[in-house]
Design a protein around this ligand. Structure first.
Ligand code: UD1
Length: 422
């Protein structure tokens, strides 16, 4: 298994290009199932999660071609052969459940494995099921698989979600595009990836309004057609690399970044003493003098502070002056990076969903283990700021969500290399 060796090397300076959003691409790809005509995505990120979704769509009979070094995905669901998402693929990646809504809408039937255990929490699918049932689907759990049926087709309805789940919003919106009549989804998630999905669905002929607010209205249509869509910038990759100059010092421009994608996160960085400004090409982040100040963080659905940046923010707070409290409200078990950071000399106490971090003057390099995608990159950030060498093992987590991480960080002066495993 490969590992990543990082050696603390002082301030970082230069530019980092930000890729298309993994989480947007993972919901845009299943949208191809809604139409017989081709859907082409540009600005796709080159990640193992995208390969997993490709394999899932191909297992359903869709054609998926990866062009231009993986940045263009040309898909066609003209001749689908199956409506079953197998456990062997779904267990690798929870986002596989995003084929449920589209398959059900197009074929009146879908069989999708439950994702099963996940390192950062239970992550059930009850909100997806409730929403699709409101549209008239009958859903049963059989042998670990959700069997969803709507023999007479789906029907528009008014439905209020108990919690603004990102995935459930995506499944319900996609399903409702082909339902009869109007669907009003209340307490919908407002993430930029949902806005991106709706923009793509609209290009495919869907009639939707209200995306980016908590009420989305979908007027069902008989069929959707082909389209070409550019995947939105990855705000989590953006936020992660914004933290690189914040933790090491220096000045880095994040190409393709936009403030509107990371408002609440940028606010916290500025409160910590890091400067963030918009440029013609993206966002510029700089820390020139001294240590950052501690700030408190509570993770919330968008536009609140993203849970997917909590681990990386914790790495920064490990080096801050003072004590900060990080409260995780989205996932029940998302502090697995804390004991690894402690191995690097951090001072962190975790009680339930709250971590109290007292900054230290200097982190120290150590061998550490990545436990999930965002945890793995938080350890790399900590390693960049630490004295000596840090080896991060189990980097397959990293490959799920960060393309060319070594090349991107080397480009701004970091000392980082990938060590090939046996
Ligand atoms: C998406 C993102 C993930 C991010 C998360 C929250 C993708 C591919 N992944 O995940 O990176 O961390 O949003 O911003 O876009 N829940 C239920 N029942 C459900 C569905 C969810 O209880 O039916 C709970 C989950 O267990 C979790 C919380 O709701 O505690 C948030 O989940 P959700 O918003 O659905 O996240 P995902 O779509 O899985």
């Amino acid at each position: 298994m490969d590992s990543i060796l990082v050696t603390g090397n002082g301030p970082l300076n230069g530019q980092i290009p930000i890729a298309g959003a993994k989480n947007a691409c993972l919901t845009l790809m299943p949208a191809t199932l809604l139409s017989e005509e081709p859907l082409t995505l540009t600005n796709a990120p080159r990640l193992s999660d995208i390969k997993t979704m490709t394999a899932l769509l191909q297992s359903l009979g869709a054609e998926v071609s990866s062009l231009q070094d993986g940045q263009v995905l040309a898909m066609s669901s003209h001749d689908l052969t199956s409506h079953t998402a197998d456990y062997e693929i779904v267990r690798k990646m929870r986002a596989s459940n995003l084929v449920l809504g589209p398959l059900l809408a197009r074929f009146g039937e879908a069989i999708v494995s439950l994702p099963g255990g996940c390192a950062i929490g239970a992550r059930p699918m009850d909100l997806h099921v409730e929403g699709l049932e409101a549209l008239g689907a009958e859903i049963e759990l059989e042998d670990g698989y959700l069997h969803a049926r709507a023999p007479g087709g789906l029907k528009g309805a008014v439905h209020e979600m108990r919690f603004a789940s990102v995935g459930a919003t995506e499944n319900i919106v996609m399903a409702a595009t082909l339902a009869k009549g109007t669907t009003v989804l209340k307490n919908a998630a407002r993430e930029p990836e949902i806005v991106d999905l709706v923009e793509c669905l609209r290009k495919m002929g869907a009639q939707i309004s209200g995306e980016g607010t908590s009420t989305i209205e979908i007027q069902g249509v008989d069929r959707l057609h082909g389209a070409t869509h550019q995947v939105v910038t990855d705000r989590i990759e953006l936020g992660t690399y914004m933290l690189a100059p914040a933790i090491c010092g220096g000045e880095v421009e994040l190409l393709g970044g936009r403030m509107s994608l990371v408002d609440s996160f940028a606010e916290k960085l500025e409160a910590a003493g890091v400067s963030v400004s918009e440029t013609s090409k993206g966002l510029k982040v700089a820390r020139k003098n001294g240590r950052v100040r501690s700030v408190d963080v509570v993770t919330e659905p968008f536009p609140g502070f993203p849970t997917d940046l909590q681990a990386q923010m914790m790495a920064l707070m490990c080096t801050a002056e003072g004590t900060s409290v990080l409260e995780e409200r989205i996932f029940e078990n998302r502090f697995m990076h804390a004991p690894e950071l402690v191995r690097m000399g951090a001072n962190i106490e975790v009680h339930g969903g709250t971590a109290t971090v007292t900054g230290v003057e200097q982190l120290k390099g150590a061998p550490v283990m990545a436990t999930d995608l965002r945890a793995s990159v938080s350890l790399i950030l900590a390693g960049l700021a630490a004295e000596g060498e840090t080896t991060v093992s189990r980097v397959y987590h990293l490959d799920r969500g960060y393309e060319h991480v070594v090349r991107k960080l080397e480009g701004v002066g970091a000392k980082i290399e990938r060590i090939k495993g046996q």
